[in-house]
Each structure stands twice: as structure tokens, then as C-alpha cells.
Design a protein around this ligand. Structure first.
Ligand SMILES: NC(=O)c1ccc[n+]([C@@H]2O[C@H](COP(=O)([O-])OP(=O)(O)OC[C@H]3O[C@@H](n4cnc5c(N)ncnc54)[C@H](OP(=O)(O)O)[C@@H]3O)[C@@H](O)[C@H]2O)c1
Length: 333
């Protein structure tokens, strides 16, 4: 039986970009083999780009964006999932190519779904979302240095874009892992917020801009870099011997202008993170670790819940770098 639900629909007809809340019918969802009733979704940087003007990512209109959701399976043609199973979806080009999570329902390929661990609620997993999942993958990359170096401990870890979703959750995880976290931010009024998350030292974003030498003083055993561009160029030459940089974002630019010295003189490792295309095995591992790595009480205190209508008003703030903490969307509000 078909069901009606609310969704954000973006359109681009005759070069006029529009976004509005519409009522859709589950029969209109054509992709996939699993119908999921969505409880929560959230706002990521990529969502904000898509809501703004399609972000040169969405090619087919009208379209329902939203790259993440959590919810409950209502129908599945795949025996791995049955009605009532709680599931998480992040990435796999949902909300970019396939209709996404800014809606009461989504129909997706069941091979994109991860069963939600019993210890986590549907709200908790969307307080994390793609940002939290990416943070987990990035922090595991830093921790891997200890295995690569046969037990040599990681001490100082730098996090850029610290007040953002990936940055904030990375600080929480890295301090839980026992590392000394140095947070880079452009927001002077958020130092207490970052310290409360676990950062020991706050650095100004401006110090990571401008010309870099071939090698500078090595200061970081690990880096979670969400900014890219000039910041990543500088970080590469400031990383200690055998340090690992988990490069996951481009909030500050896509080009890096570097040289081979950090790699051949210091053995620095530049480790790319792509959460969207991660295997189900890695997803299951990471989501099962979340309960050990995340202080959900604290994360909840940093999270604001909004309706789909409110989402359309607040997404531009994310593009201006004005959001700190997490934005969860309840499509049934
Ligand atoms: N690789 C992946 O799988 C993956 C997954 C998720 C996200 N990402 C990427 O990771 C990045 C961060 O995502 P997010 O969800 O955390 O976004 P976000 O919440 O918007 O955070 C980005 C943060 O970067 C800093 N920033 C903004 N503009 C900047 C600029 N021009 N120069 C330097 N810093 C700037 C700001 O922090 P401060 O004010 O504290 O400096 C901002 O809060 C984005 O580029 C996103 O596309 C990648």
C-alpha cells in the first residue's frame, strides 16, 4: 500500500533553481529494493552545496537530496533485511544520484544499508552521520600508525576545520584514544567549545595559510585534515617523521602545492579518506566501534534538531562556515 510523505524537492527548470517541501507518494520512489521509513537525517557540507544550487553534483531533476538517513525497513526484496530492521545509510551517492534522506521515506539498494548496532539509537547514529563516520575512519587511520611503527605511540594530533562536523567528532574520538589534540579553527569565540570536546591546544586558522618552506619543524604525529588547500600544503611540511595525515576534506580549497621532501626525508604518509564508497565490512566495523569512541551525552548537547522546513532556512549558514556542532533533521516533525 502506498504512503504519502513530506520531502525536500529541488528542481532546475529553465536555469531557475528551486527548493521546496512537497508531498510525495512511496509509489513514486523507483530506485532500489528496500523501502525505509526515515526517522532522522542530518546536514552535511555536501548537502548544503546541493541545496544551494545542485553543487554540480545533481544531474537529474526534480530530485530529493540528503546523503544520510537512519530508519526502519518497511519492505525488502533482499532476505538480508526484513521489515522492522533498523538501518543506517551514508553515502553510496544517495542524495546525489539516487533520491535521498530529506524525506519521510527512501527506497534504496539494500547493499547500501548497514544494520544499526543494538546499543545505538536512530537519533544517535544521525547525530554522527557521514561526518561522524568520516571522523571514525580518519581517526582509525591515525591510530594505524601505531601498528605500522610496531607499537610506537602517537602523541600530538592536529585537527583542522575543528568546529565543523568531521572536526568536532574527530577531536572527541582522538582524545578518547588518548592523544593530545591540537585544534585549528577560524572561530575565536569557539575555543571553550573545542576544549570541552577534548582539545588541549587551539591554533588560529591564519597560521596555516600562506607560503610554506620545503620542510618546517615537525610537530604532528597525526593530522585529520578537513580543509585541504593551503592548510594541507603547510601541514605536510610540519608533520613529524612517519606521521600520518588523514586527508578527508576540502573546506578551504582543492589544490595543494607541495614537494617530495616530507615523503622522502620524513616518510610522511598522506592517507585519503573516502567515506561514501567504503565497503559494508568497514562500515559495520566502524559503526560497532561508535559506542566505545563517542560520548553521546556530549554529542547530544552539541546537536540541534530541525524540521525539513527549518533545514531550508539554515543550510546557507553551513556554506558560510557559521555552524558548529551537529544539525539533525527530523523529517516527521
Ligand atoms: N572524504 C569524505 O568521505 C568526506 C566525508 C564528509 C565530509 N567531507 C568533507 O570534509 C569537509 C568538512 O566537512 P564537515 O561536514 O565537517 O563540514 P562543516 O561542518 O561545514 O565544517 C567545515 C569547517 O571547516 C572550516 N572552514 C570553513 N571554511 C574554511 C576555509 N575557507 N578555510 C579553512 N577552513 C574553513 C570551519 O571550521 P573552523 O571555523 O573551526 O576553522 C568549518 O566549520 C568538507 O570539505 C566535506 O566535503 C569528506
Amino acid at each position: 500500500m502506498s504512503k504519502k510523505f513530506k520531502a525536500v524537492v529541488i528542481d532546475n527548470q529553465n536555469e531557475k533553481f528551486t527548493r521546496e517541501i512537497k508531498e510525495l507518494d512511496t509509489d513514486s520512489l523507483k530506485d532500489g529494493n528496500a523501502l525505509v521509513k526515515i526517522d532522522y537525517t542530518n546536514l552535511n557540507y555536501k548537502d548544503a552545496l546541493i541545496l544551494h544550487n545542485g553543487g554540480r553534483i545533481v544531474k537529474k531533476y526534480p530530485f530529493v537530496p540528503g546523503i544520510d538517513f537512519s530508519g526502519t525497513v518497511e519492505q525488502s526484496e533482499d532476505s538480508k533485511f526484513k521489515a522492522g530492521d533498523r538501518v543506517i545509510l551514508t553515502g553510496f551517492r544517495v542524495g546525489e544520484v539516487y533520491f535521498g534522506g530529506f524525506a519521510g521515506y527512501a527506497k534504496v539498494n539494500s547493499s547500501f544499508l548497514v544494520k544499526t548496532p543494538d546499543q545505538l539509537s536512530n537519533l544517535q547514529v544521525m547525530m554522527m552521520g557521514t561526518a561522524g563516520f568520516t571522523a571514525m575512519l580518519s581517526c582509525f587511520a591515525i591510530k594505524a600508525r601505531e601498528e605500522l611503527l610496531m607499537g610506537e605511540k602517537v602523541k600530538d594530533v592536529l585537527v583542522t576545520g575543528a568546529t565543523g562536523g568531521v572536526g568536532s567528532i574527530s577531536i572527541m574520538i582522538l582524545s578518547k584514544m588518548g592523544y593530545t589534540v591540537h585544534a585549528v579553527t577560524g572561530k575565536k569565540d569557539k575555543h571553550d567549545y573545542l576544549k570541552d570536546l577534548g582539545a588541549k591546544n587551539i591554533l588560529d586558522r591564519k597560521d596555516f595559510m600562506g607560503e610554506s618552506k620545503l620542510l618546517e619543524k615537525g610537530m604532528w604525529d597525526g593530522v585529520v585534515d578537513t580543509v585541504g588547500g593551503e592548510a594541507l600544503t603547510k601541514i605536510l611540511v610540519q608533520t613529524k617523521p612517519a606521521g600520518i595525515i588523514a586527508a578527508c576534506g576540502n573546506a578551504g580549497g582543492i589544490k595543494i602545492n607541495t614537494n617530495v621532501m616530507p615523503f622522502v626525508v620524513r616518510g610522511v604518509k598522506l592517507w585519503g579518506i573516502d567515506s561514501s564508497g567504503s565497503s559494508i565490512k568497514r562500515r559495520e566495523f566502524a559503526w560497532n566501534e561508535a559506542k566505545n569512541l563517542i560520548d553521546f551525552e556530549k554529542l547530544k548537547s552539541l546537536t540541534k534538531e530541525h524540521s525539513l522546513e527549518e533545514l531550508l532556512k539554515i543550510f546557507p549558514k553551513m556554506l558560510k562556515g557559521e555552524i558548529s556542532g551537529r544539525v539533525v533533521i527530523n523529517p516527521n516533525k
